[in-house]
Design a protein around this ligand. Structure first.
Ligand SMILES: CC(C)(COP(=O)(O)OP(=O)(O)OC[C@H]1O[C@@H](n2cnc3c(N)ncnc32)[C@H](O)[C@@H]1OP(=O)(O)O)[C@@H](O)C(=O)NCCC(=O)NCCS
Length: 177
């Protein structure tokens, strides 16, 4: 692993996690048109514009957020980020492009990002939230060793005002699978 934040490259088999680049904006724009993304990620701007994608890929790496493009054979297939919080904890979020789903890519990416967060960022607790009906995301979390802590009632607010429950998962050092 290199020391410069922009140069960090994390590998897991054919999967590479690297910092976002300006020329990834088109792939992010296309991915964020997917109705499943809009269904499960209430924080996504609607409509999601090319300017939104350019802003997403140009946000600074580190300094509170470690956002990685997930690549397979040089193509962007997803996103995973670790956001730092108080008390040496971190929050994780992810998505995968529709065409690449169901092949274990996000499971690999999450496992690698968690190893980085625990071993290199020295975080002592990682959290992630999913909509209570988002079974693929909950399955990804469980496969990597996250423990289901419980339901946060009415935790999510969608742009149309709809409120949804969220499931809280956490991972502690020694639990990564
Ligand atoms: C959630 C998401 C990131 C998963 O990415 P992925 O690369 O397809 O995930 P993986 O292939 O590593 O694993 C998916 C798992 O979910 C399972 N799964 C898929 N649909 C399912 C369903 N309806 N019910 C239960 N499990 C399901 C798959 O079988 C697989 O588990 P398995 O390996 O035990 O068979 C992807 O579906 C996505 O981007 N969704 C839209 C955005 C999103 O929901 N982001 C997460 C917000 S918390």
């Amino acid at each position: 692993m290199e020391t410069s934040p922009q140069g960090i490259e994390l590998h897991d088999g054919p999967i590479l996690l690297r910092a976002w680049r300006e020329d990834d904006a088109g792939a992010v724009y296309l991915a964020c048109q997917d109705p499943e993304m809009q269904r499960w990620l209430p924080e996504l701007p609607r409509p999601y514009t090319e300017d939104d994608a350019r802003a997403f890929v140009s946000e600074a790496f580190g300094h509170g957020g470690y956002k990685f493009a997930v690549c397979e054979h040089g193509t962007v297939v997803g996103s995973i980020g670790v956001w730092l919080a108080n008390h040496e904890t971190g929050h994780i979020g992810y998505w995968c492009v529709p065409e690449a789903r169901g092949r274990g890519i996000t499971t690999r990416a999450l496992r690698r990002a968690c190893r980085y967060a625990l071993d290199e960022l020295h975080l002592e607790r990682l959290e992630l939230h999913t909509d209570s009906d988002n079974m693929p995301s909950q399955r990804v979390a469980a496969k990597v060793g996250f423990q289901r802590e419980g339901v946060k009632r009415s935790y999510l607010r969608h742009p149309d005002g709809q409120r949804r429950d969220s499931v809280l998962f956490s991972l502690l050092p020694g639990e990564l699978r």
